[in-house]
Ligand binder design. Sequence first.
Ligand code: UD1
Ligand code: UDP
Length: 361
Amino acid sequence: MRAALVVGARPNFMKIAPLMREFKGRNVETLLIHTGQHYDKNMSKVFFEDLELPEPDIYLGVGSGSHAEQTARVMIAFEEIVLSKNPDIIIVVGDVNSTVACSLVGAKLHVPVAHVESGLRSFDLDMPEEINRMVTDILSKYCFTTSPEAETNLRKEGVGGDRIFFVGNIMIDSLLYYMKKSEDSPILEDLGLEKGEYILVTLHRPSNVDSPEELRSLFDMLNRLSGKLPVVFPVHPRTKKMIDTANPPFKISSDFKMIDPVGYLDFLKAMRNAKMVITDSGGIQEETTVLGVPCITVRNNTERPITIDVGTNVLAGTDPVKVEYEALKILEKGIGEHGIPPLWDGKTAGRIADVLLKYFD
Ligand code: UD1
Ligand code: UDP
């Protein structure tokens, strides 16, 4: 089996790294393709170092653009690669534009596509990721799911049970593999933070950050919270663009620390030791669930409801008053009972390799 594995954006690297390791151990031939959707050092290269990923075999260098431009550029460049390299299978992860672009190319060239993290649905078509998820799933021969409700979602959309494989959460493979190593990160000392005595924030969803008014009111709320506990915010480039052009500039209090995006090991250390995390990220809802760290999700819906049912996640909506209310509640009372979803155990890459190798044998 010759496997083409696709990465493009920040949340892809920690999902592909465990598969690369697993395939290497089983002598599977791999072709690692980086589309270049994310390209800043701290959105891309740092993850190759932290996650011990080999250099990509092929870098498509598509960069930023509108949805159509970015998706089309990936498709054109990726089609050439598939035609010249003839992989037996194309493995895509998550829900970014690179994911859907490469699935479309694979399906049209009749190369089987495997989608890792299949079946997640927010039921919100205003999210570009929801479109990417639905299209990728319908085109995939192998739909690898993280949680039982993903299978229900897929079956409702007509995906047959023979294409669905419940294998668990591959992000958690990376989390558990690198947990110990992340303890060596100096991030807390560098930022002057005490364990359990700060709030970690990430925000990058267009619905939260593309409107200056929405973002300003979220910043006002984070300023207020920083009066209770220091707030640390590694700022995504999409969000930074907005902050840099805000007029008048956003007010930032002294205990509200804005920093550049950080690498995987630094972020893991910061997340694990935070009092709580406030985020609109998909993956961070899952990682905090496993770490047992309270997470407030600044969205009106989530494609990862198991993190609320089982884990530490609270869906607060996007109204800053509600987010603040939930944060103060956690500061006062902490969170109740929580657990870890089934098969979020660090062994997902092995289960995926078992399924694929069985088929190719
Ligand atoms: C993308 C994904 C989103 C994912 C997020 C993870 C899509 C549709 N969206 O959103 O699902 O949650 O990545 O981080 O695929 N930029 C830089 N440097 C970079 C990358 C981006 O400056 O290395 C800036 C550019 O101005 C770009 C903007 O960020 O236009 C948005 O980047 P893009 O990849 O289009 O979407 P994200 O918001 O990063
Ligand atoms: N992450 C990181 N550094 C940061 C912010 C996030 O390493 O400064 C990691 C985080 O631990 C998780 C992944 O990036 O593994 C989530 O990516 P992101 O939030 O960009 O995308 P989403 O999951 O929302 O698609």
